[in-house]
Design a protein around this ligand. Structure first.
Ligand code: ATP
Ligand code: MG
Length: 243
């Protein structure tokens, strides 16, 4: 048991969730490594939502509210860490939820779907087709889901698929703690924040944003600003770290 008064309680709980999910086969072993990189960047960023990340989350909520067919693409790490938050964001935004895996097996798709459904999410089902221009199994998606969406949220994505989705003309919102990753750089809107914090903030904004505000946010955001702000925050944190 992790004691509740441990100063890094939330981080340790997340690590425990990833470990449990890996033992069940929900998270791939590679996903355990990816989580570790995320933890390291969260440490550097101060394990909190920065001002610029909060603005990115507000803008992401606006993009969802203004979209015709918004979709959230969910992988094993995302389901293990934040199935409830995905379900809540779906309720607040009306976005569809589709499972998309790098290390894909039918068994993993089934387990992740079940985990999301137990948390209250409505998960798209149907015939998965190779519709994305990628050579691996992440090309598999649903014609009425990821293939035809206009706005897509890709938490913990790999750079290749992010780029392929942008090249298909989609607005791609990435959640990735690493501002140097290809995913963050190639996305339309990078949210440089921890997954569950980012999803919870997006849900709040979906509930409170006015139509006018949403319109303004969608009209004037800039990928580079969010990357630069995150790097600045990390540099500032590091230079004060030993004071
Ligand atoms: P690429 O450069 O192609 O984008 P990558 O180096 O980012 O690849 P991946 O394994 O594709 O590596 O992605 C994992 C990413 O997810 C890492 O950048 C990591 O920082 C981020 N990440 C992991 N866990 C979390 C989390 N809980 N919240 C936010 N980001 C996370
Ligand atoms: Mg990445």
């Amino acid at each position: 048991m992790i004691p509740k008064d441990h100063p890094r309680y939330k981080s340790l709980i997340r690590r425990e969730r990833i470990a449990d999910a890996a033992l069940k086969g929900i998270v791939a072993m590679e996903g355990v490594g990816a989580h570790g990189r995320g933890e390291a960047f969260d440490y550097l960023i101060g394990e909190k939502t920065t001002d610029s990340a909060l603005l990115a989350e507000k803008t992401a909520a606006a993009l969802f509210l203004k979209a015709k067919n918004p979709v959230m693409s969910v992988n094993g790490n995302t389901a293990a860490l934040a199935a409830e938050e995905i379900a809540e964001l779906q309720r607040a935004s009306g976005a569809a939820v589709e499972v998309n895996l790098f290390h894909r097996t039918e068994e993993r798709v089934r387990m992740i779907t079940e985990l999301l459904e137990d948390a209250g999410a409505d998960v798209l089902k149907g015939e998965f087709e190779r519709l994305l221009p990628l050579s691996h199994d992440r090309a598999l998606c649903l014609r009425d889901g990821i293939y035809s969406c206009d706005v897509i949220l890709v938490p913990l994505e790999d750079g290749d698929r992010c780029e392929a989705l942008v090249n298909m003309g989609k607005t791609v919102i990435a959640i990735d703690l690493n501002p140097l990753s290809r995913t963050a750089k190639t996305s339309s809107l990078p949210i440089i924040d921890e997954l569950s914090r980012a999803l919870a903030n997006m849900t709040e904004f979906c509930k409170t944003l006015s139509d006018d505000e949403a319109e303004q946010l969608v009209a004037g955001y800039n990928n580079r600003y969010f990357l630069e702000s995150a790097v600045k925050d990390i540099v500032e944190n590091l230079s004060n770290a030993l004071d």
